[in-house]
Design a binder for this molecule. Structure first.
Ligand SMILES: [Zn+2]
Length: 562
């Protein structure tokens, strides 16, 4: 996500000698650093002087101190969760081991867990407590194709060649949330604080597949506030309209006629031709689309072998724009191009499948301000020289400047204005943010300067960087849950912002149509291909302190053994 400079002036605390850099190289460096800039807010000291943070009443301040100490005491638990989910490395809709493991942890800790929710076998919802406020705490859980990678090793070293892995860092969010929830639950039990904690997963987030269905299934119906956590390289939050695009993910499938491709090609009609012409058509049309749009595709079915005219073929598009109406506009263009491709090739366009979708994100101001105050209380983790060494090696590997891990917090950024949006990625937390007051916490469990959605992004995700970053995130999450439980006026203000400002003129209409179902067939074949070989690398915390220890990896390993 792209961030705007905050109102507070920049105070650079790290000074580096500046060498003259040729313009082309400078541009390349800037490009390489782009995803980082997206995650890194401008810099400020980690711990603000205590008097600049709005003071909590003594009882609430005491509860927060206890919650933070409890989270710190659970650092081992957090590390085990981070490492365990990393070792499963499961793709979207196939988070079977992850679900089994998390459901077991939650049940052992007194939560009621319902699995298979909203038509997704790997989705679940866990509930504990009673009465209001009802706080729904979520985070994504799925991995990235071909991102299998040994943690702590700063060069390409897959655990299983070709297999998926946590090449974004979604293995850490549930650890953040559950650690925080358990710390707060203990205080709620002791002090008989009313409230309900609902823990839920962003199933198949990499496919933007799950959250619209959780909403349709009623998961957020009685929820007062939704808190979301997402891996990042800094500790931050935001409110108002965000830079992330809305998105719809569509499959266009064509049906033709098989024939001998050499003996009798005139009897055949190639569905693959239709796919290729659709892509050519889209790529010509692209010139006449707004620059905020992002669109990309992969051919899911391109036929079987060259001597058989392909009777089936399909192409899978992600279409992104800044808002719901504009995405619907792109969808209409794609529909017409697909129909044209079918006409040109004498093939038949099948009913279009919606495989995923996301609304743009809009986060709640009062909750984000409360969370920011907690971020400033907690501050960035203390990184060791080994952590910095790994970070610098990974940054060099990614073609960027070896600047190490962030040490400073940013101020709470201002919302992104429509005129400032330049397009970018998406997350279906956007949908949730339009049905209930929502805020996302970004926590520093990964290295700044990585390309995103890549094996490079997996390197830090089962190392002390991910462990410390997740503990820091859990502290902020716990303190924010305490705020929501103990300050009814905060919930009132949050709802007021949601109704009177955010949704005053914009109402949520899901992209998914009544006939759409979660695309749970996705990734079945990939997991079937790799699951057995991945299983031997599952983390066993009964035998090993950490996953690094189980794999026998010296931390950090920055150069291949000679
Ligand atoms: Zn993500």
């Amino acid at each position: 996500m792209r961030r705007l400079p905050p109102r507070a002036p920049r105070r650079p605390l790290v000074r580096r000698p500046r060498a003259a850099v040729p313009a082309a190289l400078a541009a390349a460096l800037l490009l390489a650093a782009a995803p980082v800039a997206a995650q890194d807010a401008p810099q400020r000291p980690a711990a603000r002087p205590a008097d600049s943070v709005p003071a909590d009443p003594p009882r609430i301040a005491q509860l927060k101190r206890e919650a933070l100490a409890d989270v710190e005491g659970r650092a081992k638990f957090t590390q085990e969760m981070v490492d365990m989910i990393f070792s499963f490395g499961e793709l979207g809709y196939q988070e079977v081991e992850t679900t089994r493991y998390i459901a077991d942890v939650l049940r052992r800790n007194g939560f009621t867990v319902r699995t298979g929710v909203a038509g997704m076998p790997s989705a679940w919802v866990a509930t504990w407590g009673s009465g209001s406020p009802v706080i729904a705490i979520g985070s994504d859980v799925d991995g990235i194709p071909q991102a299998s990678q040994k943690p702590g090793v700063a060069y390409r070293a897959p655990l299983v060649e070709g297999a998926p892995g946590h090449g974004e860092g979604h293995n850490s969010g549930q650890a953040v949330n559950i650690t925080a929830a358990l710390a707060v639950k203990k205080l709620m039990e002791r002090d008989r604080l009313p409230g309900t904690l609902v823990i839920w997963p962003g199933t198949a987030e990499e496919l933007v597949g799950g959250k619209a269905y959780l909403i349709r299934d009623g998961l957020f119906k009685d929820v007062d506030i939704a808190l979301f956590s997402h891996v990042s390289s800094n500790l931050s939050t935001a409110w108002g309209s965000q830079a992330a695009n809305a998105l719809v993910s569509l499959e266009f499938a064509f049906r033709g006629k098989a024939a001998h491709a050499a003996g009798q090609p005139w009897s055949g009609r190639s569905a693959l031709d239709a796919v290729e012409l659709m892509n050519v058509g889209w790529n010509y049309r692209r010139e006449h689309l707004r620059y905020q749009q992002r669109s990309h595709y992969v051919i899911g079915d391109g036929g079987d072998q060259p001597n058989v005219v392909p009777s089936t073929a399909s192409v899978w598009y992600y279409l992104r724009e800044t808002d719901h109406p504009r995405v619907m506009g792109l969808w209409a263009v794609a529909d017409s191009i697909a129909r044209g491709a079918a006409m040109m090739t004498g093939t038949e366009l099948q009913p279009v499948r919606v495989l995923g979708s996301a609304w743009p994100q809009h986060f709640n101001k009062p909750i984000a301000e409360a969370m920011q105050a907690n971020i400033e209380r907690v501050g960035m983790p203390e990184w060791s020289e080994q952590d910095q060494q790994l970070a610098r090696a990974v940054q060099e590997l990614a073609g960027g400047r070896p600047r190490g891990l962030g040490r400073f917090l940013g101020a709470l950024p201002q919302p992104v204005l429509e005129s400032q949006k330049t397009g970018g990625g998406s997350d279906d937390i956007g949908d949730v943010s339009w049905v209930v007051p929502t805020v996302t916490l970004r926590y520093p469990a990964n290295i700044p300067g990585t390309p995103g959605h890549s094996w490079v992004d997996a390197i830090a995700m089962a190392t002390p960087i991910a462990h410390k970053g997740s503990t820091a995130g859990a502290k902020v999450m716990a303190a924010t849950i305490v705020d929501i439980l103990t300050k009814p006026e905060l919930v009132t203000e949050a709802k007021k912002y949601f109704t009177e400002v955010q949704t005053k003129d914009t109402k949520y209409t899901p992209f998914i149509r009544p006939q759409d179902r979660p695309a749970t067939d996705l990734n079945v074949d990939i997991m079937a291909r790799y699951r057995d070989r991945m299983r031997q690398f599952y983390y066993d915390p009964s035998k090993y302190g950490t996953y690094l220890e189980q794999l026998g990896i010296t931390y950090p390993t920055v150069k291949p053994a000679p």
